[in-house]
Design a protein around this ligand. Structure first.
Ligand code: PLP
Length: 306
């Protein structure tokens, strides 16, 4: 699948607000790349799997949380690439109940071995004690960090933008570890402004992103994280459901919903001058909806339409 990528469509959004503000929004439908290895996951894994193959590695080990898109996509991509996968999962309490979690069940069904560790151990994953244990148990492996961000992942994300995308004034994406945004910044034209909508709280991202790029035409938007990573509100669910009704585009609750909510809020508040053309990258993540809907149902909150 990494040898030949079908061309990725861009979808122009038609909404009265955009006509009123004289701003255009086009969605780069990276979510359509593949049903299970979609969006930035495909981009981040591509060169890492090629490198693993070159190194003759037969095992890939990576890290993630209970609902991680990266874990689910790596499991499936590993199966396609014929490389065994190991997922080190945050939270040893999940060891007895993971079969109820759709993301972990999917990863397991696609051949990933799951290794549950306590939250404390997970926070200190570079510690020699954990690394020694993993080496002893799994032998030689190709290691990918949490979220899959490393220089090869950034290189892959640099391929999201094509020549045709250089006509836009603004390029937007959501940001967690910053790898996707760094790739976009590296490949954007000098006249373009790249905006990253942070989906988590914190001030560390700017310097993380600077590790991967020297360009300066970018900015982080920090006011639409909804309280932090994977935090959600009724208004965000309502926004997602309306957006789907109006555009036909399904968003995910953890990443892309926060990007589009923030982007449309900024448009409403005249943060873009008339005739601005915006390209917003849909980075996928739709597998996370099932897990979030289970949480919303438990809390008796409105659920995400699928
Ligand atoms: C669907 C989706 N979009 C965006 C992101 C954020 O990407 P990054 O961690 O490169 O900032 C992630 C997390 O990796 C993701 O799963």
């Amino acid at each position: 699948m990494f040898d030949r990528l079908p061309s990725i469509p861009s979808q122009s959004i038609q909404l009265p607000l955009l006509v009123q503000k004289e701003v255009s929004v086009t969605v780069k439908r990276e979510d359509l790349i593949h049903p299970f290895v979609s969006g930035n996951k495909y981009r981040k894994l591509k060169y890492n799997l090629i490198k693993a193959r070159e190194e003759d590695q037969d095992k890939l080990l990576t890290y993630g949380g209970a609902y991680s898109n990266h874990i689910a996509a790596t499991a499936y991509a590993g199966k396609l690439a014929n490389i065994q996968t190991v997922g080190v999962i945050r939270g040893d309490e999940l060891a007895s109940v993971w079969r109820k979690n759709p993301s972990l069940r999917f990863a397991h069904q696609n051949g990933m071995q799951l290794e549950f560790v306590s939250r404390k151990t997970y926070r200190e994953k570079e510690h020699p004690a954990l690394q020694g244990y993993l080496k002893q148990k799994y032998g030689r492996f190709y290691e990918l960090p949490e979220g899959g961000t490393n220089p090869l992942a950034v290189q892959g994300c640099g391929e999201i933008l094509t020549q045709a995308d250089m006509e836009f004034n603004v390029v937007c994406s959501c940001v967690a570890t910053g790898g996707t945004l760094a790739g976009l910044i590296n490949s954007a034209a000098a006249h373009q402004q790249v905006l990253g909508f942070q989906v988590l709280k914190g001030n560390f991202l700017r310097s993380d992103i600077r590790n991967f790029t020297k360009n300066e035409n970018w900015r982080l938007i920090t006011s639409y994280h909804f309280g932090g990573y994977a935090k959600i509100s009724e208004s965000l669910v309502r926004f997602m459901n309306n957006f789907k009704d109006e555009t036909g585009i399904q968003l995910d609750p953890i990443y892309t919903a926060k990007l589009f909510f923030g982007l449309f809020d900024m448009i409403k508040n005249d943060r873009f001058p008339p005739r601005t053309s915006i390209l917003a990258v849909h980075t996928g993540g739709l597998q996370g909806i099932a897990g979030m809907n289970a949480v919303l149902k438990k809390k008796l909150l409105p659920m995400i339409k699928v």
